[in-house]
Design a protein around this ligand. Structure first.
Ligand code: GTP
Ligand code: SPV
Ligand code: MN
Length: 591
């Protein structure tokens, strides 16, 4: 039975039923009863495996098809009336042509199946900044993940009333044929279409498709920003909490930094860290002239491999109940889960992520897929911020960009000002990871970590950043970090994880004008002795000198590469003059 009398929603759901022709339509009201029935059904069909309910209460395992394990950027489209609006970095197709293609794929796609109608809110239900979406899907896995990742249920519709505005999301699993897989955004229509996938970012339409691609488009029109950023609060011994956001590309450390545990010396002194978000931030200028951030999500869709008691105990703790694991290794001995680097004892009697028997003591293959994930409720996180459900969000003092760079980028530097900071974000580059299908470890430019997520012309997106700067009387300072510098043997030099607190301390001091810096060609930098290395065994002042060194030859090479990247925007001439000037100034400083 429909859970609303909202005409616009009912009409749209009707149109979906006509097209997809499901046998049955079920509205998701968000009740535990209904969800429990769905869990039972998914277990009975083998879609999900119920894990050891003593060790992992409320936890389930799901395996996707082996060809459906990551976002598919080459099959992701922004369909705007003109190619110029989508810009040179997005795949584009004429909306009419794309709708025709999708309608053919969707025609009767749910025959013999049930269509679930998921009403959900991104951000706190009914808050002035929340936005409502309806996703229809034929996958229980999608329903149960959306319930964790967003705010789902009848109350969303009740609060929404007759409001005709909502984001339409259509997902049909079909037979997950990669040749006919499409992830499509129609920004002008507030519509998202996904077909032939059942994996994460491709099908949990509230996440990348809505909260980044569609929201970035809305943000530009409405004067706010949707960014691929974590939100973190650092509490000092005086009890004052200062907040930062950080944009790193997929699988480059957002969840880890967002849940950081300060090193022992800091904890003893009284420092604490609070997680507000680990992947997406919606940013607005507050009445007080500061930039405020909310996390529109309600859970974490985090990378499992590498998560352990040392690297990220808060993430691990978050996954101990009411969590869905996707494509991890199934330990048959005690019906639990395992992934690479969870501990040094891989199970010997297990099923790997592909569904085959696996023995960790002899098999050289991965037990878990490198992009295997956990979907965990945010409230599970021991360090979740008390502001997590504050509809106003938190005020941001620093914006941090970063990526995986073996050599070029130093551990940390600060931009000279806002526009230079936008430039620093626009020239971000990082080695690709398993979060997206395709080659891993190739350096590519990924401005603001938004290359796969910007819902319109990225040149205009840079322009929006510059315009926003003018509207923020108390601008956050902008920084760049690189946790991934390597030595000649390819080992990471910086210990990373909790020790990143040492770099955050410098960043926050700079944000509040509490410490001087060295002016260099690329920006302001700490003196090597300005980063606290007390208690670190393997890091000396010489290590810090190396981590903070800037090789001008690498940077001159980088400038050539940036020019090539920027040249992409010549076609529609959307690159702001401010960024062209910044690049020329950098080249001049490098000599
Ligand atoms: P998405 O969810 O894809 O957006 O990824 P993310 O940015 O949240 O990345 P996440 O924190 O899950 O980290 C991904 C990988 O980077 C994991 O394998 C981590 O172990 C590794 N990693 C994270 N932080 C650090 C760090 O400070 N140093 C090093 N060397 N590795 C790190
Ligand atoms: C990312 O790839 O940046 C993720 C995972 O956070 S997904 O939801 O698949 O996009
Ligand atoms: Mn992400």
């Amino acid at each position: 039975m429909a859970l609303t009398t909202n005409k616009a929603i009912l009409e749209w759901v009707d149109s979906q039923v006509k097209m997809l022709q499901p046998d049955e339509v079920v509205w998701i009201d968000g009740s535990e009863e209904q969800l429990n029935a769905l869990r039972k059904e998914a277990v009975s069909t083998g879609e999900m495996i119920e894990l050891n309910q003593e060790k992992l209460p409320g936890c389930y395992l799901h395996r996707t098809a082996t060809n459906d394990v990551a976002r598919v950027e080459d099959r992701t489209f922004i369909c705007t009336p003109t190619r110029k609006e989508a810009g040179p970095t997005n795949n584009w197709m004429d909306p009419e042509e794309m709708y025709a293609k999708l309608n053919a794929l969707y025609d009767g796609a749910m025959k013999g199946r049930t269509m679930y109608v998921i009403p959900y809110s991104m951000s706190v239900v009914g808050s002035p900044f929340a936005k409502v979406g309806i996703e229809v899907t034929d996958s229980i896995y999608v329903v149960l993940n959306m319930v964790i990742m967003t705010r789902v249920g009848k109350n969303v519709l009740d609060v929404h009333g007759d409001n005709p505005e909502f984001i339409k999301g259509t997902h049909a699993k079909k037979d997950v044929n990669p040749e006919e897989r499409y992830i499509v955004q129609f920004p002008q229509d507030n519509a998202i279409c996904s077909v032939n996938s059942a994996y994460g970012g491709n099908v949990l339409l509230g996440k990348k498709c809505f909260a980044l691609r569609i929201a970035s488009y809305l943000g530009r029109n409405e004067g706010w920003m949707a960014e691929h950023m974590l939100i973190l609060g650092i509490e000092n011994p005086q009890g004052e909490i200062r907040y930062v956001t950080a944009a790193f590309p997929s699988a480059c450390g957002k969840t880890n930094l967002a849940m950081l545990i300060p090193p022992e010396g800091y904890r003893k002194a009284g420092y604490k860290a609070w997680c507000v978000g680990d992947d997406i931030a919606w940013l607005r200028v507050g009445d007080d002239g500061r930039l405020w951030a909310v996390n529109p999500e309600n859970g974490f869709f985090g990378v499992a491999p590498g998560t352990n008691e040392q690297s990220n105990p808060n993430a691990l703790a978050s996954t101990r109940k009411n969590t869905i694991f996707t494509n991890v290794c199934h330990n048959l001995d005690d019906n639990t889960v395992w992934w690479e680097k969870l501990d040094k004892n891989p199970p010997t009697n297990a099923i790997d992520w592909t569904g085959k028997p696996w023995n960790g003591s002899v098999d050289k293959t991965n037990g878990a897929h490198p992009n295997s994930r956990f979907t965990a409720p945010a409230i599970n996180c021991p360090c979740i911020s008390s502001e997590f459900n504050n509809p106003q969000g938190v005020p941001i003092s620093a914006i941090i960009f970063g990526g995986r760079r073996a050599k070029t980028a130093p551990l940390v530097y600060q931009s000279f000002d806002w526009n230079h900071g936008v430039f620093v974000g626009s020239i971000m580059a990082s080695e690709t990871t398993a979060a997206a299908a395709g080659a891993v470890g190739v350096v590519r430019r990924d401005p603001m970590a938004m290359l796969p997520f910007c819902g319109y012309n990225m040149g205009d997106y840079f322009g929006h950043w510059i315009e926003m700067g003018k509207k923020i009387p108390h601008q956050p300072k902008i920084f760049n970090v690189n946790w991934f510098r390597t030595d000649d043997e390819g080992n990471f030099i910086w210990p990373g994880f909790g020790d990143n607190m040492r770099v955050l301390e410098w960043i926050l001091k700079r944000a509040f004008d509490e410490i001087d810096a060295v002016e260099t060609e690329i920006g302001y930098m700490p003196r090597p002795e300005d980063i606290n290395i007390e208690g670190l065994d393997d890091v000396t002042l010489d290590t810090m000198k190396e981590l903070l060194s800037v090789d001008k030859e690498y940077w001159k090479e980088d400038v050539e590469n940036i020019k090539e990247f920027y040249a992409k925007f010549d076609e529609f001439d959307t690159l702001p003059q401010e960024l062209k000037d910044q690049l020329a100034a950098l080249e001049k400083r490098l000599g």
